[in-house]
Write a protein that binds this ligand. Structure first.
Ligand code: UT7
Length: 335
């Protein structure tokens, strides 16, 4: 059995910075409300008309990850691509990235687990590596959320939370089983599917998926959420799934060098940190700059830590996420 080592990470965010004050020109909100409730100061949105998409951002993040890992696309055996905002309804963005990277006929697997998408994708890639089927896998979390947000007062509960961006990680097989991904832990609870969702285009009513008129369309394609219920579940499930990972590896909270929570709300991260009794220097947040970039948040965080030279050989990283589905997950990584 092999272990999966992360040998390179990269990220890309659009240049277009949208501040809370920018949003207050579009809807009835304020910098004070947004910062107090979420910690978010600004986020990145694709500039309308600019050539960009979930796959293009993933391509840019992948190029950086490959450069840092000192590999080329020829060395990679497969792609696992997590997103809730694919370029097309189908096929998934994975094949678009596969073509951009000129990867011949190598497989691209698309994965839908929303905010838990990156950890789910790591887990899927890890299983392929463990069995020896693949030696190097490119794992992606990439989101273009700005296009579907209702940026009027009606959609303000969701519109201020999200941003665009992409992150990539390259996993490589190692025979050293003390290093790399130690374990991943995945959960879902479909009874809460309606609590945070985008209903259309969908087949659940067996009817038309194309609608006329912008107004009607926004009701259908923009995300709907019961924020308080999501919040309550997130602050319970993220510590729980972190403890599950530690128990599985006979480790304790004190063994964690760096805790990376999914970036949905700074208040959620702070409460999770408190439950886990982790000191500030071990917890990394960047939601202030990017908002919630869903499947992209964790690889963006990893890539920023890499850039800052804060990832050291032997360190133990704990990643935890919670989101729509509900889905939640954790990963323990020994660098
Ligand atoms: O990754 C998973 C995805 N999502 C999450 O994890 C989000 C989890 N939930 C949350 O983070 C919080 O529930 C929110 C930040 C979304 C909302 O905070 P809240 O404290 O639960 O606020 P609320 O929804 O109860 O709204 C409180 C008030 C309401 O006004 P009234 O009814 O008290 O008059 C809202 O209409 O705040 C109003 N409101 C806003 N006001 C200004 C809602 N959104 C905004 C806004 N600006 N953007």
């Amino acid at each position: 059995m092999f272990n999966s080592k992360i040998i390179g990470v990269g990220h890309f965010v659009p240049e277009n910075i949208v501040t809370n004050d920018d949003l207050s020109k579009l809807m009835d909100t304020s910098d004070e409300w947004i910062q107090e409730r979420t910690g978010i100061k600004e986020r990145r949105f694709y500039t309308p008309g600019e050539k960009g998409s979930t796959a293009i951002m993933a391509f840019k993040a992948s190029k950086l990850a490959m450069k840092r890992a000192k590999v080329t696309a020829d060395d990679i055996d497969a792609i696992v691509f997590a997103t809730l905002s694919p370029d097309y309804y189908f096929p998934g963005s994975g094949v678009l990235l596969q073509e951009m990277l000129k990867m011949g006929t190598k497989p691209a697997i698309d994965l839908r687990a929303q905010c838990s998408g990156f950890i789910y994708a790591l887990s899927v890639a890890d299983q392929f590596i463990k069995t020896g089927m693949y030696k190097k896998i490119l794992v992606i979390g990439s989101e273009t959320q700005s296009v579907a947000l209702d940026l009027t007062t009606r959609g303000r509960g969701m519109g201020v939370l999200f941003g665009d961006g992409a992150g990539a990680a390259i996993l490589e097989a190692t025979e050293d089983n003390t290093k790399g991904i130690l374990s991943t832990h995945l959960h879902s609870q479909g009874e809460f599917a309606d609590v945070l969702c985008v209903r259309e285009p969908g087949t659940n009513k067996g009817g038309k998926v194309i609608y006329e008129g912008q107004h009607e369309m926004y009701d259908l394609i923009s995300p709907q959420m019961d924020g308080k219920l999501v919040f309550k579940n997130a602050i319970t499930r993220m510590p729980e799934v972190t403890m599950e990972a530690l128990a599985k590896n006979n480790l304790t909270i004190e063994d964690i060098d760096m805790f990376l929570p999914h970036q949905a709300n700074l208040r959620i991260s702070q409460m999770v940190q408190r439950f886990l009794k982790l000191p500030d220097e071990k917890v990394f947040n960047n939601i202030q700059k990017y908002g919630n970039t869903t499947a992209a948040t964790l690889p963006i965080l990893l890539s920023e830590l890499w850039e800052e030279g804060r990832i050291k050989e032997g360190q133990l990283f704990a990643l935890a996420a919670f989101g729509s589905g509900f889905t939640w997950a954790s990963a323990l990584i020994r660098w």
